[in-house]
Design a protein around this ligand. Structure first.
Ligand SMILES: [Zn+2]
Length: 175
């Protein structure tokens, strides 16, 4: 049987990142440099039952991670790390439609959460509801990433513990 936890550890090790002075910004910078693609987090007003998603740009070396800006900070961090793990694992996602770059910029300029409802339907959203098995795997790798972060930094104050019901369910299933 596959040892999922070990594989997850190997994936994190394989990044070659030094977690001793972890900050989310530094980690994203590192991942971005490794891939030649910048990663942007976009606090958003979500439209439906989705709390975060990632879309990629074909025109520019950018990855956009949209996450619910109205949940507690530690939950936001969880959403951010989850989407980062999708990128780390080389998953595929919908492409950002450059036609709406202006709207995105406009909203960023307003310095408040991105209002996804203002984008034409389907132009800014993930392409499909995630495959549950793939999502379970992402959650396990995210959990492994948390453990690594907690081991070396003082982010414990953010209460970075598996706290959503999905993660609890997944941990039960995989263990
Ligand atoms: Zn996901």
């Amino acid at each position: 049987m596959t040892n999922y936890k070990e594989t997850a550890e190997q994936i994190i090790d394989g990044l070659g990142y030094d977690f001793t002075n972890f900050t989310l910004e530094d980690f994203c910078e590192f991942l971005g440099q490794k891939r030649g693609r910048s990663i942007f987090f976009l606090p958003s007003e979500m439209t439906a039952e989705v709390d975060a998603f990632w879309i990629t740009s074909r025109e520019q070396p950018f990855e956009y991670i949209f996450f619910d800006a109205h949940v507690p900070r530690f939950h936001q961090v969880h959403l951010q790390l989850h989407e980062l793990v999708h990128i780390i694992l080389g998953h595929k996602t919908q492409e950002f439609d450059p036609k709406y770059a202006w709207l995105l910029k406009e909203q960023i300029r307003q310095n408040k959460p991105i209002t996804l409802a203002d984008f034409p339907f389907g132009s800014v959203k993930r392409s499909e509801v995630g495959d549950p098995q793939k999502e379970a795997w992402v959650e396990l790798v995210t959990h492994t990433l948390y453990k690594r972060i907690n081991q070396f930094s003082d982010l414990q104050t953010l209460d970075l513990k598996p706290q959503n019901s999905m993660l609890r369910t997944i941990l039960k299933v995989i263990d």
